[in-house]
Design a protein around this ligand. Structure first.
Ligand SMILES: *[C@@H]1O[C@H](CO)[C@@H](O)[C@H](O)[C@H]1NC(C)=O
Ligand SMILES: *[C@@H]1O[C@H](CO)[C@@H](O)[C@H](O)[C@H]1NC(C)=O
Ligand SMILES: *[C@@H]1O[C@H](CO)[C@@H](O)[C@H](O)[C@H]1NC(C)=O
Ligand SMILES: *[C@@H]1O[C@H](CO)[C@@H](O)[C@H](O)[C@H]1NC(C)=O
Ligand SMILES: *[C@@H]1O[C@H](CO)[C@@H](O)[C@H](O)[C@H]1NC(C)=O
Ligand SMILES: *[C@@H]1O[C@H](CO)[C@@H](O)[C@H](O)[C@H]1NC(C)=O
Ligand SMILES: *[C@@H]1O[C@H](CO)[C@@H](O)[C@H](O)[C@H]1NC(C)=O
Length: 616
């Protein structure tokens, strides 16, 4: 464990600020706090700072006491609050000649959140286990040009309305349609020859990139689609899906019991023989236990509703205490209940932090788990899950950033490239993690405005966004990064279904930008609630459906004629790239197709697709 050595500079040393040398730099003012390196042993000392045109620059003396260093500057935002977001990580910039000191620096735009005071500098010398701190208490004055103005809201480039026949045809429940292809290609990646039963290969891509692994996340989301088929299927088809889902439960238990995992149940990635991948990787990824449990509880609930045996569910799905080798759900749920507060890598495997997506799926698992454990007669487990769910739910509002009008995909300092804090993972968090209880649901105003902001931010970034119609003149949705198959169409179908089901649509000042972009002609105003049958309600719901189909049409437009979906399409050319036949891409398309069928009212859609090739 590191021990904390606080090099607390006496306040007196800041009298030095009285004699600061202020350098005029085209109206920017740089304050020099210390013009020569401090004495040996001080560890960390502020050299200069400026807050000019909305950008904070700092340089700091860092004593070179060991190789691995983390240097952090804490400040307060324009509300005078210190939060996990009002933090800057510094990087090495150069050596100070003839001393043991280096200069570390940062240049970070902070105008959205603002800055009022530099609080302290913290320098962790990891190898020797020392933490040096300089307490600052420096009030920051903005200088130079005004901070950049907020980017004006984009105007919608189209105004689609209602569902369209071309998308109905593309997603038809037949062998030759894209939905039929997606189903066939998805099953082609489940239980591949030579792999352990119940596993899913992320893609049959063995080099560049090598996706020939069984990822806990991808498998659970794929098996969730298998579950939807199971729930809708009849006859022989139902038995086919049921067997795969029982095998999946077994494979999850095998993963849990693997002695070689590095992060226990948060281990993200397994070989096809289902033994743990132990090379360097971003771990843990704590959404996996949650989404695995969700899929298996959904399956078990439907199995029981189909008059399946409770004893079978207890021994094959739920009771990890009595059946540790085969029943994984209780163990995954208890892991979520006692580990949800820990930071984790995100679903893109990039950053260890507190992630909105992970909290959402964990919350849904805990709430479903509470009901499920009670149903299994296990009130002790139910109580643990329930109290964790309550505590977790109380943390969700911290992801809302009022200055940005955005749900942050993570709560904490971000990698520089993601300082927009926008990530489609937020929308996926709702699609995979909404617990149907009105908390961060499909029509939540913070979710809607975040979805709008995240989608439209791709407009200036992706060249292919300039093509806005297909050859027949039908509207193409905005091309979005990361799993576009599922994201916007899925959310918009679900939101429109929810408005229709409740017969009411409320607009707030928060959600108004969403409607101004996606339903400009509906004439909606903040503070109003529109009832089904009103011109505004009907126009708004039709517009959401029109855009939902337009987002699907974008996928259709970029998909090659053979119907194969790759990991992504190129942002400039639209050509498919990344891993071929990514299982998750097919699963996502099917998930969106199921959501669309709810909107069209086609009650037999999933059944027809489920039974395709299995009962006829
Ligand atoms: C922040 O603190 C400063 C100094 O104490 C004070 O002048 C300012 O009004 C405060 N701002 C807010 C938003 O509370
Ligand atoms: C802040 O740092 C950036 C990047 O190093 C530099 O371009 C800019 O001139 C600096 N601003 C000031 C006021 O020093
Ligand atoms: C530095 O500031 C952060 C944020 O307010 C605080 O959590 C931390 O305790 C401070 N460190 C010291 C040594 O004062
Ligand atoms: C896979 O599952 C099938 C059917 O459940 C079973 O017959 C077979 O033995 C299993 N294979 C392995 C390698 O466990
Ligand atoms: C599983 O597969 C990996 C990769 O091929 C191999 O290194 C490992 O030894 C296998 N484990 C077992 C138990 O067969
Ligand atoms: C994670 O959860 C498990 C129970 O499932 C518990 O044994 C373990 O201590 C937890 N880890 C931490 C760091 O709390
Ligand atoms: C669909 O394809 C499956 C195999 O992929 C085949 O078994 C089935 O007969 C086909 N069904 C129809 C209706 O063409």
């Amino acid at each position: 464990m590191w021990f904390k050595q606080v090099a607390r500079l006496a306040l007196g040393s800041f009298v030095a600020f009285a004699g600061v040398s202020i350098a005029q730099n085209s109206a920017c003012q740089t304050v020099t706090a210390l013009s020569t390196a401090p004495a040996p042993g001080v560890g960390v000392a502020l050299e200069t700072y400026s807050y000019c045109g909305g950008t904070l620059n700092v340089t700091v003396y860092i004593e070179n006491v060991n190789y691995n260093k983390i240097v952090t500057l804490y400040y307060t935002n324009k509300q005078n609050q210190s939060t996990p977001l009002s933090v800057v990580q510094l990087g090495y910039s150069g050596d100070v000649a003839n001393t043991k000191y280096e200069i570390w620096a940062a240049s970070t735009p902070v105008y959205v959140d603002g800055i009022t005071e530099l609080l302290n500098l913290t320098y962790q010398a990891l190898d020797i286990g020392h933490t040096y701190t300089q307490v600052l208490g420096v009030n920051v004055v903005a200088t130079g040009a005004a901070a950049p103005a907020p980017v004006p809201a984009p105007s919608p480039y189209a105004n689609p309305s209602g569902l369209s026949q071309d998308i109905t045809n593309w997603l038809e429940a037949t062998n030759g349609s894209e939905a039929g292809i997606a189903k066939a290609r998805m099953f082609n990646n489940i239980n591949i020859p030579g792999a352990a039963n119940g596993t899913v290969i992320a893609a049959q891509s063995y080099t560049a990139p090598d996706y020939a692994y069984n990822w806990v996340r991808d498998s659970s989301l794929t098996m969730d689609v298998v579950y939807s088929f199971y729930a809708a299927a009849t006859g022989r088809a139902r038995g086919f899906y049921e067997q795969i889902l029982f095998e999946y439960a077994q494979s999850r238990a095998t993963e849990q019991n693997d002695p070689d995992t590095i992060t226990g149940l948060g281990e993200p990635k397994f070989y096809l023989n289902n033994s743990a991948f132990t090379g360097p990787w971003g771990r843990p990824q704590n959404d996996g236990p949650a989404t695995a449990a969700i899929t298996l509880m959904e399956f078990a609930n439907t199995y029981l509703a189909n008059k399946g045996s409770k004893d079978v569910i207890r021994s094959m799905i739920y009771d990890s205490t009595a059946h540790p080798d085969q029943a994984p759900v209780m163990k995954d749920l208890l892991f979520v209940a006692s580990n949800w507060t820990y930071s984790s890598f995100d679903l893109w495997e990039e950053e260890q932090a507190d992630h909105f997506y992970i909290r959402m799926v964990q919350r849904r698992a805990l709430l479903m788990g509470t009901a499920f454990a009670n149903m299994m007669g296990d009130s002790a487990t139910a109580a643990k899950l329930s109290s964790a769910a309550t505590a977790l739910t109380a943390t969700l509002p911290e992801f809302w950033d009022v200055n940005r009008q955005l749900i942050l995909y993570e709560y904490g300092p971000v990698l520089r490239g993601k300082s927009s804090y926008k990530d489609v993972a937020v929308v996926l968090g709702v699609i995979h993690g909404y617990a149907n209880d009105g908390v961060y649901g499909y029509t939540n105003d913070q979710i809607l405005v975040s979805a709008y902001q995240i989608a439209t931010c791709f407009l200036p970034v992706y060249k292919i966004a300039a093509t806005t119609t297909d050859v027949s003149g039908a509207v193409l949705g905005i091309p979005v990064g990361r799993y576009p198959e599922d994201v916007y169409d899925g959310l918009l179908y679900r939101a429109s279904a929810e408005y229709t089901a409740t017969g009411s649509l409320a607009v707030t000042t928060t959600s108004l930008p969403f409607f101004a972009y996606f339903a400009p002609d509906a004439g909606l105003a903040a503070g109003q609630t529109y009832k089904a049958g009103s011109q505004q309600f009907e126009a708004a719901v039709a517009a959401l459906q029109g855009w939902a189909d337009a987002f699907i049409r974008r996928i259709k437009f970029q998909t090659p004629t053979d119907g194969h979906l790759a990991e992504e399409f190129n942002r400039d050319t639209g050509v498919a790239q990344g891993a071929k036949d990514l299982t998750w891409s097919y699963a996502s398309l099917l998930t969106a197709a199921f959501a669309r069928a709810q909107v069209t009212g086609d009650k037999n859609y999933v059944k027809h697709l489920a039974n395709l090739g299995l009962t006829e």
